[in-house]
Each structure stands twice: as C-alpha cells, then as structure tokens.
Design a protein around this ligand. Structure first.
Ligand code: SF4
Length: 412
C-alpha cells in the first residue's frame, strides 16, 4: 500500500512542468534550511496542517545561546548560569544533536580514550564524602591498605597499556598530602614509570599544595584529578569535612604548576537539575577550562549515607554530558563510574552527546568496571576506536584535539 501511494506521488511529480515544480522545490529547500540553519526561533515543532500539500516544516528549539555555543570557535570562560541553564533545558534530542555537531568540530567523534584507574592506596580516609566506600567514618567492609609498591603499580600500568589504555590514573584515599613525603616520593617514581611507557599519567591524592604540585609536575605528571562532585549549593549536603573552596584551591595549585586539570562530578547525590548546571558553571568560569571533565553516576555503597539512593535518571546523564560538551567544547568528557550499569545503547547515546573517554580494565577504584575486551568489542560494533594520546605528557590538549578533529574532517 505504502509503495502504491509513493508511486502515485512520484507520477504526479513527474507530470509537472518546471514552473509547476518551482514552488514545491523552494518549500522543500526552505524546510531544509530551517532544519539546519534557523536557530533563533523557539519551540515551533511541526507546523503542518492536516491538508497541507507541502512537507512538514521544522524549526529547531534552540535559541541564540545554544546557536552561539554550537558556532563557537574556541572555549570561553564568561558563561552565566542562566545561559548554561538555557542550554541544559533544551529539548533533549535537539540538545544531543547540537552537542554532537559541536563535538565534530573540536574532536574526532570516532575516537574514545581508554583510561585505567588503579587504587594505589585503599580506604581509611578521614573525609566524610557521603558516597564513598573508602571513608573511615562508614562501615562498608572495605579493608584499608598502605600505598602499593612502585613495581606493582607499574606492572598494572604495563598491562593496561598492553590492553589499549593510553592513560593510567592512580588514586589514593587521602584527605591531603600533608606529612606524606615518602609516599609522595614513591608516587613520583610511579608517575615517571608510567610516563616512560609513553602513557599519560594522572593521580588523585586529595588536596595538594603548590610545592607538591610542582614536584608532581617535575615528575612528568600529565593531569591531576580533583572532583568538585556537585554544585557549590548542593555540596554541603554531601561533604562537610572540607569545603568547596578548598577543592578549588587545590585545582588552582595544579593549574599554576602547569599540570592539566581533571575535575568533574557525580550525578545521583540527591541533587536537582540546577545542580548539574551549577557544577558545569563552576568549571566553565574557571580561568581556563579543565582539560578533563569526568561524569560519574553514583554507585550506591551499602554502609554509606547514600547507600540506598535511587539511580539517577538516564536523561539527566545525557543532558549533563551534552551541556558540558557545548559549554566546554575542547575538554575531554570522561564517562566514569557507573558506566558498568549502562547498556551498550545508553553508552552510545553518551558518546553521541559528546563523551569521549572511558575507564576500562578490571576495577575502577573500589567498583567494578567494564573490561578491555568487552569495550574493544563494543567499539568495533559501533565504529569507534581508542583515542591516541599525544604522547608528549601534556594530556590530550585542546590544540591536539582540534588537530585530530581537522585530520578527521580531511580524511572523512
Ligand atoms: S576524599 Fe576521596 S577517598 Fe576520601 S572519603 Fe572523599 S572520595 Fe573517599
């Protein structure tokens, strides 16, 4: 039946003269221009009437703020919370489409970085982060350990590299590095060893001061992770043992030392949508954007205050990733903890929205992680490939990402 109708339509078109066809062609081209170019009008949706003889026209929901974000030539740090909120609240399919479009200008959309995160010192942490299995304040059954031996860590890094990871991250459950000189010396050796393998090295050790940041920089550290976790407003509901500003101070020390910054958040901490906006606003208005923005989803741990939390809605995850992509165009967005509970299709939606790194391997700190083979098979099914590191110790920089995106455009 459908093919008969299509046949009749084509026959009617075939019998028309060029003059008769011109208005219809103009209408079709106008519809296409609206679809691709008109960005200043809001919320028109499909406007065809039941008896219309023209194709339904479509006007995207994006306003001037989103249009400007999509057209950006470079990251900017002058974002307002209202602007980010407007982007965040765009109808989701439009938001993902626009984020995916921008993603293609700043990054190769087929490249996803494989990273491995090893816990080099487990548990016994004095902080009270309400989600964390490693806080000594909660009964989670986790056994505290001392700092791992350098050889053991480098062997794990070698295995990660062999399996395709280009970044090796090392996490220690500490509040800060005060009085840990010999531990820091060992971590310096770990960083040097990982860099000598040609991998990017990242550490997360709690709060660090300027001198410690410089020591890590000298060792060749690529990036330092220190998550803000959530918005400034919601933060006191999650952690009270250190302040938001103390976290920002550590990030500043890392930046001043010339180490790339990795800072992001955890979704599902009982926050609201405006807290996702607030988190992105904080990083987007830093003097320069973090090179990495990890998006974690809460993995509830029995024994912690958030142990019985409901999972975050997936649309909020996609919305956060897409907004971050549009607001932090050059940053690597890391789909981090909680990925293991996402179906493959959900992960693809996250990549479409602009995520371009994953944590892969046997474990991600104390939680389970999708393995290398599983992830490589998934990449093959969907036409993705592991992102190459720039291998110079400077992270996948904005310039490097742009260069790869240009190469991608040129080749296809
Ligand atoms: S500082 Fe890190 S290790 Fe310590 S409780 Fe918070 S999240 Fe856990």
């Amino acid at each position: 039946m459908a093919s008969r109708v299509l046949g009749l339509v084509l026959a009617r078109w075939a019998m028309r003269t060029p003059a008769q066809l011109a208005p219809a062609i103009t209408t079709a081209l106008t519809s296409r221009a609206l679809f691709h170019g008109e960005t200043a009008r809001r919320q028109a949706d499909v406007v065809s009437t039941p008896n219309s003889t023209t194709a339904p026209s479509y006007s995207p929901a994006s306003g001037p703020v989103l249009a400007a974000a999509v057209a950006a030539a470079a990251p900017r740090t002058t974002w307002t919370k209202d602007e980010i909120s407007e982007i965040y609240n765009t109808p989701l399919m439009e938001l993902v489409f626009d984020a995916a479009s921008l993603h293609r200008r700043f990054h190769n959309p087929a490249a996803v970085q494989m990273c491995t995160l090893m816990n080099i010192k487990t548990g016994g942490c004095s902080e009270n982060c309400s989600y964390c299995a490693q806080s000594s304040r909660y009964q989670t059954g986790l056994k505290a350990t001392k700092l791992s031996a350098v050889d053991e860590v480098l062997e794990a890094a070698r295995v990660a590299k062999e399996n395709g990871s280009s970044r090796f991250c090392m996490g220690a459950a500490w509040r800060d590095m005060r009085g840990r000189k010999s531990n820091l010396r060992n971590i310096v050796e770990m960083v040097k060893g990982v860099r000598a393998m040609g991998m990017e090295a990242c550490v997360t050790l709690g709060m660090i001061d300027k001198a410690q940041a410089e020591q890590l920089k000298e060792a060749g550290l690529t990036a330092y992770n220190h998550n803000l976790d959530t918005s400034r407003e919601h933060y006191p509901s999650v952690i009270t043992s250190r302040t938001y500003d103390e976290r920002i101070e550590t990030i500043g020390n890392v930046r001043v030392a010339g180490i790339n910054v990795c800072t992001g958040g955890i979704l599902g901490l009982g926050e609201k949508a405006e807290d996702h906006v607030g988190l992105i606003y904080t990083v987007a208005t830093m003097p320069s954007h973090p090179e990495s923005f990890p998006v974690n989803t809460l993995v509830p741990i029995k024994g912690t205050p958030l142990g019985d939390s409901n999972p975050i809605a997936f649309d909020a995850v996609v919305r956060t990733i897409a907004t971050a992509r549009l607001v932090l165009p050059a940053s690597i967005i890391r789909l981090a903890a909680g990925r293991i509970s996402m179906t493959e299709e959900k992960q693809m939606m996250c990549f479409m929205a602009g995520a371009n790194a994953i944590f892969t391997g046997e474990k991600m700190l104390t939680t389970d992680c999708s393995g290398w083979d599983e992830d490589k098979a998934m990449f093959n099914r969907w036409g993705l490939k592991p992102m190459e590191s720039d291998n110079k110790g400077s992270d996948v920089t904005a310039a490097g990402a742009e260069a790869e995106a240009r190469q991608f455009s040129a080749t296809g």
